[in-house]
Write a protein that binds this ligand. Structure first.
Ligand code: SAM
Length: 244
């Protein structure tokens, strides 16, 4: 997969050299390129923003500069090239977005700053047939799209085959196919700070452990995310779940 990130603060994206994403880059699983938006400016001051039409506070990022950058970076010929515009006014990014973006050929992230990017940019690429996603990482406002892009890139990248050492670790995760939060996890030592791990986990009885984990996942989800319980389909529940 190719991932391009365009930002006026390319150094913000240095974290992409670390950990799993960094390793995936080294192994050639991810062709990740970070670009400085100012490379596409045409004036002496390398201007990327201007005052908002209609008045009001703050500055808006100019569509002409963004257009030059995206035209050069987006491979219009790539089947499944997606333009992602992080914005707090977008649809909320979820694991479902991550799953669907993981099979894309190219993702281009346009990191806004100030009051955001002129709305014609998303419109223009949509009209040109590019799949454009305006995505929020949550109901709060950041200063720029860089951190939001890091979040989305990491969520997508770990789903690319070969990225995560043991793919089994993806199966029972929170927000996975079961539609639940994950059960609590424990490791050695078995006793710590006067707290013991649940005995069933030492039983070696796989069916009992599986049942215990599912019950804890259901309990935790009901307590913290009743919206997820409400969204569960009855066909996804077993008779023991219904007895809970
Ligand atoms: N004026 C905008 C609004 O009220 O919707 C907020 C602009 S914000 C200060 C600047 C940039 O930060 C946005 O263009 C976007 O790239 C990024 N950003 C801020 N919060 C975000 C969020 N929750 N999700 C994704 N991107 C966000």
């Amino acid at each position: 997969m190719r991932v391009d990130v365009i930002s006026i603060f390319p150094d913000y994206l240095a974290a992409l050299d670390l950990s799993l994403v960094g390793k995936a880059r080294q192994r050639g699983l991810l062709d990740l390129r970070v670009h400085d938006l100012r490379d596409w400016t045409t004036d002496r001051h390398r201007t990327v923003d201007d005052t908002p039409f209609g008045g009001g506070a703050g500055m808006v990022m100019r569509p002409d500069v963004w257009g030059l950058a995206i035209d050069e970076v987006l491979d219009a010929g790539a089947v499944g090239a997606h333009l992602i515009v992080p914005t707090p006014s977008g649809e909320v990014f979820t694991q479902r977005h991550a799953e669907s973006l993981a099979s894309a050929e190219q993702l281009v992230f346009a990191c806004g700053r100030y009051e955001g990017i002129d709305a014609r940019v998303a419109q223009h690429y949509r009209d040109a047939g590019v799949t454009v996603h305006e995505l929020s990482i949550g109901d709060y406002v950041l200063n720029g799209g860089e951190v939001a892009s890091l979040v989305m890139i990491e969520a997508v990248a770990r789903l690319i085959p070969g990225m995560v050492g043991n793919p089994d670790s993806l199966v029972e995760e929170s927000h996975g196919a079961a539609g639940l939060l994950e059960y609590p996890v424990y490791t050695k030592p078995p006793s710590w700070a006067d707290l013991e791990i649940p005995e069933v986990l030492l039983s070696g009885h796989h069916a009992k452990i599986e049942r215990w984990r599912r019950d804890r996942a259901l309990e935790r989800t009901a307590r913290l995310r009743p919206d997820m319980i409400a969204a569960l389909s009855v066909t996804g529940l077993d008779k023991h779940d219904l007895a809970l």
